[in-house]
Design a binder for this molecule. Structure first.
Ligand SMILES: [Zn+2]
Length: 94
């Protein structure tokens, strides 16, 4: 693997990957704290950093059938959550 560019977020309150502690999302980017994913509660963010996207997948969510992508930490490759439309929900890995 080549050099990995890691983006840092400003501010005292930043969500980090729980596996490698790299910054993942700012509190300012939260759209909803009451989102439910496959593994329980999740946060919905309008933007996240240091992630890579999995392939498109059609998934049945509470609000119907949506095309989603799993999102992975770009540093440690652990799953952080998934991308839903243009928003990001991070539950199990943050
Ligand atoms: Zn990580």
């Amino acid at each position: 693997m080549g050099l990995l560019f890691v983006e840092s977020l400003p501010g005292p309150k930043v969500f980090k990957c729980k596996f490698c502690k790299v910054d993942s999302a700012s509190h300012d980017a939260i759209i909803s704290k009451d989102f439910h994913g496959r593994f329980g509660r999740a946060y919905l963010f309008k933007s996240v950093v240091n992630i890579s996207l999995g392939p498109n997948e059609d998934r049945h969510l509470l609000t119907g059938l949506h095309t989603v992508n799993d999102i992975y930490c770009s540093c440690c490759q652990q799953i952080l959550g998934w991308r839903y439309k243009i928003m990001y929900a991070a539950g199990e890995g943050i």
